[in-house]
Design a protein around this ligand. Structure first.
Ligand code: CR1
Length: 795
């Protein structure tokens, strides 16, 4: 601790020419982060050198989004010096909790997809797998959300305004990415066709590396994020217009989630990420290996969702054009090197690009994909017929289909939960699975227990350490013993006390941000995730309105606080309407003295990793109520169970695996199954109006959206009712309403029995270990990447 204090002083003097205690909080944060970074650095260098020397195979995880969350506390934890650093700070009179909050949040992702990528980076480092992130250094991250008159307003996220302490600019590793222009193929001296470019735009891709330290293991991996700049050529000064065109590529994160962003700029971002990544992987490989034919023995490139699917064609380009390989061997290398994860079944999220646009932006890749398509058809048409092959081909209807390209060019493809993988095989990827029956695998998602329990919930951590010992930090299954331990009334009481304290802390935050007082004894019912029709925040809202009416009718319901946090994509009008209606409903319910202290609706603004860390430890109930067959996996479901929340869920995504892990008695499930939903959809016999007509309560609830009982939502309320009635309720909200209400009552009955509830809490916590990302990456390593951890998580 003395050393740390001295280090803080010295660094404060170097950075700010002042005493540590004289600095403001932002400066103090930078000082602490700088010291921490210095402590990570030697192991970072050592890890890189060791991997290169031993020639271990490395994973490169290509993703257009990463969502690391704030790094300081997590880095200190993983280094094993968190307590010491906090003691040093206390000695200087600094509140470490406040200091952590001075860190800008790197919001370089929209939701689960980006967060999963970051969880994998943390997990790979923690189990000793050489794994690199490859992403984009967006100048502006996901918008900051504010509510004005209940409407979502998007503010820019200027996260790089102050220097980013964690990143290291590596200009010596910059590469050039080429866009547009024209490409001709001309035979060279040996008769091989070589591309010749004219009028292409060259952009410099500059990497910024961030260290990803593993948990207490000395391993430090790298997240490499690329920034676009004009090429710095001493003979040709760039113009301001050149600079603007380059800057534009990495200026913003597209705020879209499960919906395609079809703009040309997005395509340029994707190619930028892919080309810079592939080139740098190959350059690095060649520094330590001579034979390009052995690439897949040392390199695994993972395509996270379709955004980096161009890696298939880009790797082919490098192998053919730069190394002069023939098609067949180049294709074998490409397929052996690449693998792909699908993250959604939502039709509107399946990327495809207009072929002409594609050819304009990446002409050489368009040629190569044309050839991939030609060979694909030649190989399969005779045996499988034109119809099937047309559907499965990379090109069709004037579009480049990115999922098809990714599957065809990868040796393994995976879904992210058992149900999702099964449905992929039956629907979106059915034809491709017929052609490549061995490619499709399941790898159920996982979460970083260290961030979501050790960091977010110190009270629970202490209790787990007490009950089962600290082994679970590294061996997450060791938490299993907690279920039995919690049968002692003493421990169960402590568990209740921890939950109550966490709820009190959240109540304080709610008071500070929204000026609403909530009672921590009430049931805290949480739904936190992107706002999407398929996730059905609307079902939850209808449930709240129904309870409101029940209370007004003189019914008796236990005190309950509904807590939401969600961002809506700025162009997603329907989702924004839901936010407006939620806020307006909150205004009515929270200020109606007739239900005071019994029902509240809290919508916290600006959902992000940090806010999730506040809410999750305080949740009693975790709402996972997507329409069955639509949520690929979900990961908030795992984080919430790990913190003792009871899952109230449809049989969708990983909810099913959570049920299997905790047993049907420790989860509340309801609603249509994926099979039932599909049957309705195929027959076309679902009638939302018929459901409405049968339920007087539901009719009253829906009427509230348009009859003025919630003020100021004329347009939004109408839009929602229209989607339910005229649109025949695409997501079966009304169909599941009655079952949802019944399940909600069962949850309340459980909550009325504190001892039983404590047992359920303990069983959920105890069973969460299997969802640790440490296991997930080890499984990917064994089944997809052929990369083994040096210290695998203990079973
Ligand atoms: C899915 O919607 C899943 C994450 C991570 C999301 C969610 O169910 O947990 O991926 N998909 O696998 C997504 O963002 C663009 O697609």
């Amino acid at each position: 601790m003395k050393d740390l204090k001295r280090a803080l002083q010295t660094t404060a003097m170097q950075l700010f020419a002042d005493d540590f205690t004289h600095l403001d909080l932002a400066q103090q944060f930078r000082t602490v982060a700088f010291v921490t970074r210095g402590m990570i650095a030697p192991n970072w260098a050592k890890t890189k050198a060791a991997v290169d020397r031993s020639g271990q195979k490395q994973v490169y995880y290509f993703a257009i989004e990463f969502l690391p969350g704030r790094l300081l506390a997590s880095n200190l934890l993983n280094l094993g010096i968190k307590a010491d650093m906090e003691a040093a700070l206390t000695a200087y009179g600094v509140d470490s909790a406040l200091l952590y909050e001075a860190e800008a949040e790197p919001a370089l992702g929209n939701g689960g997809l980006g967060r999963l990528g970051s969880a994998f980076l943390d997990a790979m480092a923690s189990v000793g797998m050489p794994g690199n992130g490859n992403g984009i250094r967006y100048r502006y991250g996901l918008f900051r959300q504010r509510f004005v008159d209940g409407y979502q307003v998007e503010l820019p996220d200027d996260w790089l305004r102050d220097t980013n302490v964690w990143e290291v600019r590596k200009e010596n590793r910059a590469v050039i990415v080429r866009f547009g222009g024209q490409v001709w193929l001309r035979p060279d001296a040996t008769g091989q066709l070589q591309p010749e470019y004219q009028g292409a735009q060259e952009i410099l891709a500059v990497p910024y590396d961030t260290a990803i330290p593993g948990y207490h293991d000395g391993v430090v991996n790298t997240m490499r994020l690329w920034s676009a700049e004009p090429v710095n050529d001493p003979n040709h000064a760039f113009t301001m217009a050149d600079k603007a065109r380059a800057d534009e590529i990495t200026r913003i994160l597209y705020p879209d989630d499960s919906q395609v962003a079809g703009q040309e700029l997005r395509l340029r971002q994707e190619y930028f990420l892919v080309s810079a990544g592939v080139q740098s992987v190959v350059h690095h490989y060649l520094r330590f290996h001579q034979d390009i034919m052995r690439l897949p023995e040392f390199v695994a490139i993972h395509i996270n969702d379709t955004h980096p699917a161009m890696a298939v064609a880009e790797l082919m380009r490098v192998l053919l054009d730069d190394f002069g390989l023939n098609w067949e061997p180049a294709w074998r290398l490409t397929e052996a090197t690449l693998s792909y994860t699908n993250h959604t079944l939502m039709q509107e999220a399946l990327e495809s690009w207009d072929q002409q646009l594609f050819a304009r932006v990446v002409p050489r890749l368009a040629q190569l994909i044309g050839e991939i398509d030609r060979r694909f058809r030649a190989r399969f048409t005779r045996r499988y017929g034109e119809l099937l092959v047309n559907r499965a081909a990379p090109l069709g209807n004037g579009r480049v289909r990115m999922a098809n390209l990714a599957v065809i060019g990868s040796h393994a493809v995976n879904g992210v939960a058992k149900l999702h993988t099964q449905l992929l095989g039956e629907s979106v990827l059915k034809d491709l699975v017929t052609l490549y029956p061995r490619k499709l695998l399941n790898e159920t998602n996982g979460i970083t227990m260290r961030r979501w329990v050790l960091l977010a919930n110190p009270g629970l951590t202490q209790l787990l350490d007490l009950a089962v010992g600290p082994a679970w930090h590294r061996a997450p299954l060791a938490a299993r013993g907690f279920a039995a331990a919690a049968q002692q009334p003493g421990l169960a009481k402590q568990l209740q006390a921890v939950k109550l304290a966490n709820k009190q802390a959240l109540a304080d935050y709610i008071l500070a941000t929204l000026h609403e007082t909530v009672n921590p004894q009430a049931l805290f019912d949480v739904q936190i995730k992107r706002l999407h029709a398929y996730k059905r925040q609307l079902l939850h809202l209808l449930g709240i309105l129904a309870d409101y009416l029940t209370l007004l009718d003189g019914g008796d319901l236990p005190p309950r606080v509904h807590i939401f946090a969600a961002k809506a994509a700025p162009s997603y009008a329907y989702a924004k309407s839901i936010i407006k209606v939620m806020n307006a409903a909150a205004g009515v319910i929270n200020h109606d003295p007739r239900v005071s202290g019994r029902l509240q609706l809290i919508f916290l603004p600006n959902y992000n990793v940090s806010l999730a860390s506040r809410i999750i430890p305080a949740a009693d109930v975790s709402e996972q109520i997507s329409l069955a067959g639509t949520e690929a996996s979900g990961t908030s479901n795992m984080k919430l169970m790990a913190n003792g929340a009871l899952t109230l869920a449809t049989l969708d995504g990983a909810n099913i695996e959570i049920r299997d892990a905790v047993g049907a008695a420790n989860i509340e499930t309801f609603g249509l199954t994926a099979t039932q939903v599909r049957a309705y959809q195929q027959v076309g016999n679902y009638s939302a109006s018929a459901v409405l007509a049968e339920s007087p309560l539901l009719k009253r609830v829906v009427a509230m959206l348009t009859d003025g009982s919630i003020p100021d939502i004329q347009l939004e309320g109408r839009q929602i009712v229209d989607s339910l009635v005229l649109g025949n309720d695409e997501y079966f909200v009304l169909a599941d309403f009655a079952a949802y209400q019944a399940a909600s009552r069962r949850v309340e009955q459980r909550y009325a029995d504190p001892a039983g509830w404590a047992q359920t809490m303990a069983i959920n916590i105890a069973a969460a270990g299997q969802f640790a990302a440490d296991f997930t990456v080890a499984n990917y390593g064994r089944e997809i990447w052929d990369v083994r951890p040096t210290h695998p998580p203990r079973e």
